[in-house]
Ligand binder design. Structure first.
Ligand code: SF4
Length: 438
């Protein structure tokens, strides 16, 4: 087969996959050119997602479509989470696939394309490519937690932190490439450093301080995917003290019933969870809290679901992602009795979302009349030709939370002041501060 000169990369799944894809693409810089569409590429590479059945189906569908349209001489390479756990299924269901790799095999993929690549995490000295003004920084990979519903530890293996020096250099490169916000991700960001000997939850505060200094005060740092029992006083103090760490925390809690949490093998002492939330809000009164919850876990009774509702009402999160339980092969929960019927899961999800929508809107309304920093993601005009920008304040993480839409003129990547004038269920509306003054 001829040496590939161009490639097209399709990335499916979560931000952590996007980071892997970005690192992989940086291995190819100077060797292969990116092609805008799969048709014109010599090699098509798919970074798959295997998190839940729906994402596995989506990945397979994409692979099958690409395989069906493949030209003679074109290579189709699939890698990532789905192929890690179900490589044989991919081969059987998409016979046009030429090469199958698992997770953490991007160097091998690069070598297959005749790129002399070193380890992906020896981050190469090439400019980072950004999507918008934000960039993800993956601080670790893998997971040692025992959550009974989750297949990630099987896919990704044991928890491994990236070294502090490499992360600082990568963050600086992202800033040089134009990033105005760096979003820290991992399966569990708060476990960073435990494999280097830090006590649980004690490594991340030091990493935050190092990154905060390295990127400068104009660049936001945001923490996603915190594990509740690792939100330590040291972490809260670092978040409160460091001006460029946004006062926002994503802590997936998964449920609010101790019995369900026990079956999930998640932290189930709700008093500790409430104490964590109190500690965060006392140190940072305006902190925006995001969580993810699973409804319809095996055996979830009406009473346990009512406890979850009560939990959501009591904490008043700013943002909540609600997922219906998805039965994963190779996980302990797969074989638990009393699986909840799909329609009950969907009804519970709708119900919880309705409750949360009211809470989120109420919390958002408290910002009306206030001025906030806005990181502009894009600009345009409304139907009357008036200039409008869309962006995010510290309260909204990229891709998962809402936006702030404001009248005024600014370029993508600029940080401007916005005065909030109205709040919807998910988005805020306002005008740029200079506009309101004029
Ligand atoms: S902490 Fe997250 S990634 Fe790790 S097992 Fe639990 S749900 Fe899965």
């Amino acid at each position: 087969m001829a040496v590939a000169k161009t490639y097209h990369l399709v990335t499916l799944g979560c931000p952590k996959n996007e980071v892997d894809s970005e690192h992989f693409e940086r291995l190819l810089v100077g060797h292969l050119q990116p092609a805008a569409d799969p048709e014109s590429a010599d090699a098509i590479i798919v970074n798959t997602c295997g998190f839940i059945e729906a994402s596995q189906r989506e990945s397979l569908e994409v692979i099958r479509t690409l395989a069906a349209k493949k030209r003679p001489g074109q290579r189709l390479i699939v890698a990532g989470c789905l192929t890690q756990i179900a490589g044989d299924r991919v081969r059987a269901e998409a016979p046009g696939v030429d090469h199958v790799f698992g997770v953490g095999q991007w160097v091998q993929v690069a070598r297959l394309l005749e790129v002399d690549a070193e380890a992906v995490y020896d981050i190469p000295d090439t400019p980072a490519r950004l999507r918008g003004p934000s960039a993800y920084l993956k601080v670790a990979d893998g997971c040692d937690a025992p959550c009974t519903f989750c297949v990630i530890p099987r896919i990704k293996g044991r928890f491994r932190s990236l070294p502090l020096g490499a992360l600082v250099r990568e963050a600086q490169r992202l800033v040089e490439a134009g990033a105005r916000e760096i979003v820290l991700v991992a399966q569990d960001t708060t476990a960073w450093g435990e494999d280097f000997g830090f006590a649980p939850g004690k490594g991340l505060p030091g990493l935050l301080r190092a990154l905060s200094e390295a990127v400068g005060e104009d660049v936001w740092l945001r923490i996603m995917y915190a594990y509740p029992s690792r939100v330590t006083p040291e972490l809260v103090q670092a978040m409160a003290e460091l001006p460029n760490v946004v006062k926002y925390l994503d802590v997936p809690l998964q449920h609010g019933s101790p019995a369900v949490l026990r079956r999930m093998r998640r932290p189930h002492n709700l008093e500790k969870t409430f104490a964590m939330v109190r500690m965060l809000r006392e140190a940072m009164p305006d902190i925006a809290l995001r969580t993810s919850l699973i409804v319809g876990f095996p055996g979830e009774t009406d009473e346990e679901f009512a406890e979850l509702e009560q939990f959501v009402r009591a904490i008043e999160f700013d943002h909540v992602g609600v997922f219906t339980y998805s039965r994963q092969p190779h996980t302990p929960a797969h074989d638990l009795p009393d699986q909840v019927p799909e329609r009950v899961k969907v009804m519970r999800r709708e119900r919880l979302m309705r409750i949360q929508r009211r809470i989120a809107a109420r919390r958002a309304r408290t910002f009306i009349g206030r001025e906030l920093d806005l990181l502009v993601e894009g600009s345009g005009e409304d139907e009357d030709g008036r200039p409008v920008v869309a962006g995010r304040t510290y309260r909204e993480a990229p891709e998962v939370d809402g936006l702030v839409i404001a009248y005024g003129r600014a370029e993508a990547g600029e940080r401007v002041r916005v005065r909030i004038e109205a709040a919807g269920d998910y988005d805020l509306f306002g005008r740029l501060a200079e506009e309101s003054a004029s």
